[in-house]
Design a binder for this molecule. Structure first.
Ligand SMILES: [Zn+2]
Length: 182
């Protein structure tokens, strides 16, 4: 696949539940400290350029970083709204004036705060043959889940969008509710 950052290998997978996509660059088989982004789908940001979250920016930042380093993997999981589904996103919009952060809203509406699993990402990383990874993520939970699934995560680097005052409430929620490193 040719992107504005360069040419990537584009792969499709099926995890028994849904389709999963990945792109990668460089000689990753047997490689150590491979930069890896495990990214969840976000229809509002990726399809409609919503500015209410940082999903689109995070994906671009990590794709730029991988292109710059000449090696890396991005895995996109079909886990909309923390895997609560697109209807949870729509419900969230209905209470968005009361709470500023999605995980809190999901709980108010009876959904789990976060239903995501990274087992299929771990499977793909094993299939691609990487020895160890540097996770490009703010999430300690993502790192822990991947490690628990047998992936050697030697480092984690935060991905924070700069100069976006409109994201302050979003980031406060991620830090306070989910313990993200921002
Ligand atoms: Zn988003």
């Amino acid at each position: 696949m040719t992107a504005k950052q360069g040419s990537f290998r584009f792969c499709g997978w099926y995890d028994g539940h849904s389709e999963v996509y990945s792109i990668h660059l460089g000689d990753i088989e047997g490689a150590e400290n491979v930069p890896v982004r495990v990214h969840s789908s976000c229809i509002t940001a990726h399809y409609f350029s919503s500015t209410e979250c940082d999903c689109r920016d995070q994906l671009e930042i990590t794709q730029d970083e991988i292109a710059k380093r000449g090696i890396g993997i991005i895995i996109v999981l079909n886990q909309q709204a923390k895997d609560n589904g697109i209807l949870a996103t729509l419900h969230y919009k209905s209470v968005a004036g009361e709470v500023s952060y999605s995980a809190t809203a999901y709980q108010m509406m009876g959904y789990p705060a976060d239903s995501r699993s990274y087992l299929s990402a771990a499977f793909i990383l094993k299939e691609l043959g990487v020895k160890s990874v540097e996770l490009l993520s703010n999430s300690h939970d993502k790192r822990k889940q991947l490690q628990d699934a047998g992936i050697a995560v030697v480092d984690r680097k935060s991905v924070v969008v700069e100069n976006r005052p409109d994201l302050v409430a979003h980031y406060n929620g991620k830090r306070d509710v989910e313990g993200h490193d921002l």
